[in-house]
Design a protein around this ligand. Structure first.
Ligand code: GDP
Length: 363
């Protein structure tokens, strides 16, 4: 599965947010596949309004969303790249996640100590990013030296590695994250370098309860910073989310309404995390369940089938395909069939977001 690591300085609300995420998921466990895999790893259902529509039209008994994992990564402090705090452990944990959810403290509270002495989320973001850049730089500079020796002796592979690494080292030395210096078309090769600052980032502005709907002056500065980086940001109040997570799901709508909030902040965090990873969703619809499945961009039909079961991929013959919009507009499978909007696709079909699929396969 895919995962997002929750990072940030101490006392910004990471654990509050992580606990709210996992408790919300636990409360929905009747419908949502959920588990706390380890104390700091939770798997949550990805909210998707299309599921309800499909289940209604397809008369499914239940809905099963696709899932995303969140990892609570504690221990980052200024100096982590030099081994301060949980230093190296922390960095190793980040190396393993697919994307970073960076929680920033945007609330004032005299009772909650700020490790840097004052509330300044843009400075905090830079502090964390600097530690990640220093860790990347240290690792890459070591590799660069080895590669340069090999390149001098005419090693072709070393030469091509340097074409990728040199501009990244230059960027990091100038205080810019590695993601700004990955040459076009080299994204996969860059991924294999396992850098911290090539991972996509979502900024989560943790604001006081009264600002949950509007954001505040601190979160506005974070949004400006994110825009300049081409990154995304969301506003949540971890305190409100913690409260919501303790309520029965049926009561949550009214509570959100009473606060004047259109939706739960956590839902936005989950959806934004999913979007951050560039993941696509396809659906299977049947009388038993309507279910969402996660694939990556560029997956063909057999691989997409393999997400359900390896046998589906090995024995793949074809798939019946209906686009989500057609399924809804034409009242389901029968209507889509009659209107000629159900296609039979083969091994080379590139699955699209929102496809409703039925696989034919040999066992
Ligand atoms: P972490 O160190 O980043 O995991 O931070 P925690 O989630 O443990 O939160 C640190 C402290 O800040 C706790 O006492 C929380 O209750 C408090 N806290 C977290 N979010 C908020 C918030 O939105 N408003 C206020 N006033 N306090 C918060």
């Amino acid at each position: 599965g895919f995962n997002c690591g929750i990072v940030g300085l101490p006392n910004v609300g990471k654990s509050t947010l992580f606990n709210a995420l996992t408790e919300t998921a636990a409360a929905q466990a009747a419908n949502y596949p959920f588990c706390t895999i380890e104390p700091n790893v939770g798997r949550v259902g990805v909210p998707d309004p299309r599921l309800g529509e499909l289940a209604r039209i397809g008369k499914s008994q239940k809905i099963v969303p696709t899932t995303l994992e969140f990892v609570d990564i504690a221990g980052l402090v200024r100096g982590a790249s030099k081994g301060e705090g949980l230093g190296n452990q922390f960095l190793a944990n980040i190396r393993e996640v697919d994307a970073i959810v960076h929680v920033l403290r945007c609330f004032e509270d005299g009772d909650v100590t700020h490790v840097e002495g004052s509330v300044d989320p843009v400075r905090d973001a830079e502090t964390v990013e600097t530690e990640l850049m220093l860790a990347d730089l240290e690792g890459l500079e070591k590799r660069q030296i080895g590669l340069q020796k090999r390149a001098k002796n005419g090693d072709k592979e070393a030469i091509s590695q340097l074409v990728l690494i040199d501009p990244i080292v230059t960027a990091l030395q100038a205080g810019r994250p590695a993601r700004t210096a990955v040459p076009k078309g080299e994204e996969e090769a860059a991924k294999r370098l396992q850098l911290l600052t090539t991972k996509p980032v979502l900024y989560v502005c943790n604001v006081e309860e009264g600002s949950a709907g509007t954001g505040n002056a601190f979160s506005e500065r974070v949004f400006a910073m994110a825009a300049a980086q081409g990154a995304r940001a969301v506003v949540v109040s971890a305190a409100i989310e913690a409260e919501i997570s303790q309520m029965p799901p049926a009561d949550r709508g009214d509570f959100l309404e009473s606060l004047g909030l259109p939706d739960a902040g956590l839902d936005r965090v989950i959806r934004a995390g999913y979007a951050l990873l560039g993941l696509l969703t396809y659906f299977t619809v049947g009388p038993k369940e309507t279910r969402a499945w996660t694939i990556t961009r560029g997956m063909k039909a057999p691989q997409a089938a393999g997400v359900i079961h390896g046998d589906f991929e090995r024995g793949f013959i074809a798939c019946e395909t209906i686009a989500y919009d057609d399924y809804v507009a034409l009242g389901g499978e029968q209507g889509a069939k009659e209107a000629g909007r159900m296609r039979v696709e083969g091994k080379e079909y590139l699955v699209k977001d929102g496809d409703v699929l039925l696989f034919r396969f040999n066992v």
